[in-house]
Design a binder for this molecule. Sequence first.
Ligand code: PLP
Length: 366
Amino acid sequence: MIPIAKACLDGNEKKYLQECVDTEWISSAGKFVDQFESLNAEFYKTKYAVAVSNGTVAIHLALLALGIKAGDEVIVPDFTFAATANAVLYIGAKPILCDVKADTWNIDINKCKSLISDKTRAIIPVHVYGQACDMDEIMTFAKENSLFVIEDCAEAHGAEYKGQKVGSFGDIACFSFFGNKIITTGEGGICTTNSYKLNEKMRVLRDHGMNKQKRYFHDEVGYNYRMTNMQAAVGVAQMENVNIILKKRKEIEAAYSRILKKSEHIELRKKDDGKVNWLYSFLVKNANLETITEIQQELKKEGIDSRPFFFPMHTMPPYKDLKKTDLENSISIASRGLSLPTYNQIEIKTVEHIAKTVVSIIEKLV
Ligand SMILES: Cc1ncc(COP(=O)(O)O)c(C=O)c1O
């Protein structure tokens, strides 16, 4: 079976991990954590980067550092992975679900204007499937309404908006390094920011709220959200190859698109040169979830794994009663989307074979 995703660990990952074992620095202190933070801050051109144990806690930490409290409202897209809204719920705050745009699949600011209340404190734009949100529009909206901006960059390492990398626009940006992500540390996350105060606050909160000068004295209730030196060791090796990884993924995207764009049944996402190729994803015209499942079953028979899109948030039990906009695009995109194998080791001829197989299956089914 050709897998949907696979970590690519062909750089110094093993060497650096071995160094952790040899030096016995396996917990959350150690040189790799500092190095990994510096490499990220350098790559995203932010002043600071705070490494944490996964991408979900990165969002939770960002919300905590910004002082979001129970009862506050935070705007999130309806079309995203559940972690975006879950982190808001951990705070006791309320996620407000906003529709996405039909062509970019990213949050549609125009639609959520009517949902602003005196409790709205922040917005979390998600650069879903590797494509940057319209950050001009979002930053203007946030300024007009005095909202904090937390970018969810879990799927968008290296993506750019007007030549600037995502992760450097908002008050804080959050990345995930889960095994299927563009850059992985197995499990892991990071928060980038340009704010000295937010950086300091996040460092204290990720370390049990412990006072930096007076050890074992806790000024507030914090969390253990630290990244280990072993995770960071893998991350440093990954970041050494980040541009090679991104380039190969672009080639994979181009190979898929070359073939898929010729099918009248397939709808590709709005073209954006700043996009990164996390999981190659597209829509099937006039399809629904059942059609997508059938396509997946046919692909499986050919030894090809695939993935349907996220369910719209409001269709799942914990989120069904949240305040929301109309969600027609989120519903339509979520029920017609499919992601195909995307990982660095895949050969272009395999990508072409998958794309041709997809086209012939869809021509038969739709
Ligand atoms: C959009 C989005 N946000 C947040 C997360 C959470 O990251 P993690 O799985 O590292 O907790 C993920 C990924 O899994 C994601 O895709």
